[in-house]
Design a protein around this ligand. Structure first.
Ligand SMILES: [Zn+2]
Length: 93
């Protein structure tokens, strides 16, 4: 997915702006892997093979996303995921 398209997306819950963290880009500069973070509710939306996963919570399967998020650990700035939200990790900030 192109960065331009991704910047047009907003959080489906509160319509707040999403902050993009690119993890892997294609040769053409499109986002292949990364995640979008909502500045309002802190929900995290993974981008997998260029497709942002933006389903409502009840349609998301955390078990499917966890291996990916584990792999992206270094990109999460020491934070962890709870209820699809990025929250502060074990160490105080
Ligand atoms: Zn939100």
């Amino acid at each position: 997915m192109t960065i331009e398209t991704i910047h047009k997306l907003c959080c489906p819950f509160d319509r707040a702006d999403l902050q993009l963290t690119p993890i892997r880009t294609t040769v053409t500069g499109d986002i292949d892997e990364g995640y979008l973070l909502c500045g309002q509710c802190n929900r995290i939306y993974p981008i997998i093979r260029g497709i942002p996963i933006m389903s409502p919570d009840e349609y998301r399967e955390f078990g499917l996303e966890k291996p990916l998020l584990d792999r992206w650990k270094t990109h999460l700035n020491g934070k962890t995921i709870e209820g699809f939200r990025l929250v502060a990790g074990g160490e105080p900030e």
